[in-house]
Design a binder for this molecule. Structure first.
Ligand SMILES: Nc1ncnc2c1ncn2[C@@H]1O[C@H](COP(=O)(O)OP(=O)(O)OP(=O)(O)O)[C@@H](O)[C@H]1O
Ligand SMILES: [Mg+2]
Length: 235
């Protein structure tokens, strides 16, 4: 008899998700979405619409005031911290404020995610080298992050999030400080990861990034989901 827990077809499922920050700031209301392996999904909306809050709820950096998040078929409200640690290893996050270690080199910042996961050194060197090349950062690899421009730091944050070829990549404004050419490099990396099965969820103001991309776009307005291109196509 097969006693295994059924595994969801989706990497992420959010059901009627809500978040109110104290005392009474409603950042998100009744947001439902699904994201499948290999899917790229853009979350758009003006500043304050709730994009970062949604990403933080998905990776349990914040807890919801209502509704539910399922990751890899598991309800995040029902799992303990040890299980959450295992889940976090399958997630790469590029934060809006980067959260890099400024005194360490570019290489070291990107490699760190892989060292935590006990990957062989040779593999780490290869992977980091390739990522930095893909994002146009090879000539900066030995420089401390504090020497880099904002746009360069942003690409380091994306490289670090992608280092472990995560099952889920959350990217918060990954091209906010980038010109069109560097933005295209980031997008090419997202496509490559998605082709290998990663679910990519990117919060962005940058319409150029998602316009005519063919990927699903969710638009938030004052915390509510007001547009979901996938559902429009379905009807
Ligand atoms: N920790 C917090 N405490 C209180 N209010 C918060 C907190 N974080 C976010 N908010 C509020 O929640 C709302 C949504 O914020 P959020 O950061 O999710 O927006 P956003 O769409 O990511 O904006 P931006 O495009 O500027 O990054 C805003 O009104 C914001 O002020
Ligand atoms: Mg934000």
């Amino acid at each position: 008899m097969n006693n295994s827990v059924p595994v969801s077809d989706f990497t992420v499922e959010c059901l009627k998700l809500g978040k109110t920050y104290p005392p009474d700031i409603t950042a998100l209301q009744n947001v439902s979405l699904t994201a499948a392996p290999g899917e790229i999904l853009f979350v758009t909306g003006v500043s304050g619409a709730g994009k970062s809050t949604l990403l933080k709820l998905i990776c349990r950096r914040e807890s919801p005031s209502g509704g539910m998040v399922m990751l890899f078929g598991q309800n995040l409200a029902r799992i303990g911290s040890a299980e959450m640690q295992l889940i976090r290893r399958r997630i790469g996050v590029a934060y809006q404020d980067f959260r890099l270690l400024p005194d360490l080199s570019v290489m070291h910042n990107v490699a760190m995610a892989m060292e935590v996961d006990y990957r062989p050194r040779r593999l780490i060197r290869q992977r980091v080298g390739r990522l930095l090349e893909q994002l146009g950062l090879t000539d900066k690899e030995r420089r401390p992050v504090s020497d880099l421009s904002l746009g360069e730091q942003q690409r380091v944050a994306v490289a670090r999030a992608a280092a472990n070829q995560p099952a889920l990549l959350l990217a918060d404004e990954p091209t906010g400080n980038l010109d069109e050419k560097s933005g295209a490099l980031v997008m090419a990396l997202f496509r490559e990861l998605a082709a290998a099965g990663t679910t990519v969820i990117a919060a962005t103001h940058d319409e150029k990034l998602h316009r005519d991309s063919g990927h699903q776009v969710l638009r938030l307005e004052r915390g509510c989901l007001v547009e979901d291109t996938r559902h429009e196509k379905a009807y």
